[in-house]
Each structure stands twice: as structure tokens, then as C-alpha cells.
Design a protein. Structure first.
Length: 182
């Protein structure tokens, strides 16, 4: 029996998003771990939006440098799908604090590419509820329930291809390719 796929939000933060060869390496790591790229977007997050995104950390000592950093350059945001996507992506990223992670988990994305505890390469949702909120924050046009109704089956059955041009999996990489209604 196949399990339903789970969705998560992944961000490549400005420290890595501005370095194309590292973006490429991280994408390879993600693909090799069995993830699908459901949607991808390259964007700039203004400071006010960064503050909204990290509202839960308001008042923490690192909050100001975190939101400054997040709005210091462009980001890549991705909706990823996989069995246990939330946990799997957080395991690939490694623990939050890079100065420890680079010693204790050097094989992880943060261990390899993170620069400091603030500039730690990537973000991943930490629960299903957070994932849903964070997906609609970055992809307001994306409807999670519609995706489960119309697209999830293509991914679960492996009837999708990775399209390098726009970093998404689709039934085929023709420009006109769409998920037809099931
Ligand atoms: P995450 O879910 O692993 O990203 O970690 P958190 O949700 O706890 O924190 C959000 C982000 O704030 C982290 O990814 C870091 O960029 C930053 N951050 C968290 N803890 C610290 C810290 O102790 N020091 C600094 N400088 N930044 C931190
Ligand atoms: Mg977090």
C-alpha cells in the first residue's frame, strides 16, 4: 500500500541562494533523497514580510539579525513532496545551529553549507500545521486540498519528471504540460 505524500516548505536562504553551484548541489541532494519539487519560486522577501514569517521568534536575541539576513538577498522557496517530507527535509538540513552542526553532523546541508548560526543555509517547516501556513505564505495561489485532489496521484505513481528549466516535477516538461483533472 502506498502512503499519501506529505508536503513541506523548504527555503534556500540568501547565503546559499546567491551561490548557483551550491543551489545546484542542494537540489541534487533533495532529488537523491526522493523528494519531488511541487512548486519553486525565486523571490525577494522584504523586511516586513520576514518579520511576519518569523513572528514566533520576536523578542529573541537573534531576531533582528535573522530578519535583516532574510531580506538581504533573494531566496528560493520550494514546496517539496515526499513520504514524511517534513521530517525527511529537516533531517537532510541538520540541526539549526551551524557552529555545532558543522562538527556533529558535517554531512548535512547546514553542516556543509551553513556559514553561521543565523546564516544557516535553509529553512524547513516543523509540523503539518506550520507547513500549511508557510506554504500559503510563500505560495498564496497554491491550494493544498486541490493539490491532493488533482495532482498528488501523479507524484505517488511516479508519473512525473523533473524539469531542470523551472525546478519542478510535471507530467512532462513541455511548456504546455499540465496536470489534467482526475
Ligand atoms: P529552524 O526551524 O531549525 O530554522 O530553527 P528555529 O525556528 O528555532 O529558528 C529560526 C531561525 O533563526 C534559524 O534557522 C536561524 O537562522 C535563527 N536562529 C535560531 N536560533 C538561533 C541562535 O541561537 N543564534 C542565531 N544567531 N540564530 C538563530
Ligand atoms: Mg523553525
Amino acid at each position: 500500500m502506498t502512503r499519501t505524500l506529505q508536503l513541506t516548505l523548504a527555503l534556500l536562504k540568501p547565503d546559499v541562494a546567491g551561490r548557483p553551484h551550491i543551489v545546484e548541489e542542494i537540489r541534487r541532494i533533495v532529488l537523491n533523497d526522493g523528494f519531488f519539487f511541487v512548486r519553486s519560486k525565486h523571490l525577494y522577501l522584504p523586511r516586513s514580510k520576514a518579520e511576519e514569517f518569523y513572528k514566533e521568534h520576536e523578542g529573541r536575541f537573534f531576531h533582528n539579525r535573522l530578519v535583516s539576513f532574510m531580506s538581504s538577498g533573494h531566496l528560493w522557496s520550494h514546496i517539496l513532496a515526499r513520504d514524511d517530507a517534513i521530517g525527511a527535509w529537516r533531517r537532510l538540513m541538520g540541526p539549526t545551529k551551524v557552529f555545532q552542526t558543522m562538527h556533529h553532523h558535517p554531512e548535512t546541508i547546514r553542516g556543509r553549507y551553513g556559514l553561521t548560526d543565523t546564516r544557516n543555509a535553509t529553512h524547513g517547516s516543523d509540523s503539518e500545521e506550520t507547513a500549511k501556513r508557510e506554504i500559503s505564505f510563500f505560495f498564496p495561489e497554491f491550494d493544498v486540498d486541490e493539490w491532493y485532489k488533482k495532482e498528488e496521484v501523479y507524484f505517488r505513481q511516479g508519473s512525473v519528471k523533473y524539469c531542470e528549466e523551472n525546478f519542478v516535477h510535471k507530467p512532462s516538461c513541455n511548456e504546455t504540460s499540465e496536470f489534467s483533472k482526475v
